[in-house]
Design a protein around this ligand. Structure first.
Ligand code: MTE
Ligand code: MO
Length: 328
């Protein structure tokens, strides 16, 4: 992985029930419920609205889930690969909602996909009006079937499961629907025995992509430690790098552009003396939030959590330059 934009063919995919094959000529998006005027849009209708272009990451909240219980995969792709970052083109949801007029009592949206799982989630109206969009293109080409062709929802900074693909229906209501994907799934079981629900925001996180298990250190001397950082709360402000397992930290160089709710690349010069090392990165975002260690996360959230692991990742470099996933 280079830079911050992932080519469409290299983006990870997650589908709960396979890929829906939808003929764009038959496609319809319905907006109804607590609205002044229920509307049905065809793809041609949607493309007549002013279009917007936005760069955003999408991270599945299950990214890193297996690491709660130990260092399980010796691969940066398996520990951190459920994320992509692309440019979307489409229509802002605000524009569509204005077109049908939301009644004063309307506070939530049910967003529903046209795949076999009919995946659906409750989305607060406030977020929908803030920065959500319906996208028909990705990195300059039409969405691929895997990514929701012909239309998907973009929910910047929020967990991937909210980004409904093959989006066919939006219903306005006054309460959340408490669907399967926000009750039995995508909640976080806390040490108290209670579950945290609606944990939408992807908290600040970073990872060194090279060196990594897939990218061993090939020789002594000057190395470029490079990686990516992101935050669902806004822009990345700083990334620190440690080569001694978090005892000492120094700021990395951030590579622009630095875009809100988008990947930011960082680079750090390292003169490797051939001794074993523990490489770590920690992200700090515009709110001042500092990426936590896994031990801190475990203290707060226990070990029954599955989603939302945004802990600092440690790579152990041994004397031969081989890199392993370890927890300290
Ligand atoms: N209709 C529908 N939308 C969906 C899903 C799905 O199974 N069906 N999976 C969700 C989940 S859990 C994630 S992480 C993202 C993955 O998006 P991607 O396949 O473009 O990476 O899509 C979300 N949208
Ligand atoms: Mo996901």
């Amino acid at each position: 992985m280079h830079g911050i934009i992932i080519p469409n063919g290299l983006c990870f995919e997650r589908h709960h029930s396979g890929i829906a094959i939808i003929d764009p000529n038959d496609f319809q998006l319905m907006l109804h419920g607590m609205v002044d005027k229920p509307l049905i849009f065809s793809m041609e209708d949607l493309k007549r609205f002013p279009s917007v272009d936005k760069f955003h990451f999408l991270e599945c909240s299950g990214n890193g889930a297996t690491e709660w219980k130990g260092a399980t995969f010796n691969s940066v792709q398996f520990t951190h690969g459920l994320i992509h970052c692309v440019q979307y083109t489409g229509v802002s949801l605000r524009t569509l909602l204005r077109e049908c007029g939301v009644k004063p009592k309307g506070k939530w949206l049910l967003v529903e996909g046209g795949d076999a799982s009919g995946m659906n989630r409750s989305l607060p109206l406030e977020k929908a009006l803030d920065d959500c969009m319906v996208a028909y293109a990705m990195n300059g080409e039409m969405l691929r079937p895997e990514q929701g062709y012909p239309l998907r929802l973009v929910v910047p900074g929020w967990e991937g499961s909210m980004w409904i693909k093959w989006l066919r229906r939006i219903e306005v209501g006054d309460m959340p629907w408490h669907t399967r994907e926000e009750t039995s799934k995508y909640t976080d079981l806390m040490p108290s025995g209670q579950s945290r629900q609606f944990s939408w925001v992807m908290e600040p996180k970073s990872v060194i992509t090279s060196p990594s298990p897939e990218k061993p250190v090939l020789q002594k001397g000057q190395q470029n430690i490079t990686g990516i950082a992101w935050s669902g709360q806004g822009k990345i402000k700083r990334v620190d790098v440690s080569t001694d397992g978090g005892k000492n930290w120094r700021p990395a160089k951030l590579q622009g552009p630095i875009i809100s709710k988008c990947l930011t690349r960082f680079n750090f010069n390292w003169d490797w003396n051939g001794q074993p090392a523990l490489l770590e990165s920690r992200a700090i975002d515009q709110t001042g939030y500092v990426q936590p260690t896994l031990n801190v996360l475990r203290k707060e959230r226990g070990t029954n959590s599955y989603y939302h692991n945004n802990a600092i990742q440690t790579w152990h470099v041994n004397a031969s330059g081989k890199v392993d996933n370890v927890q300290t």
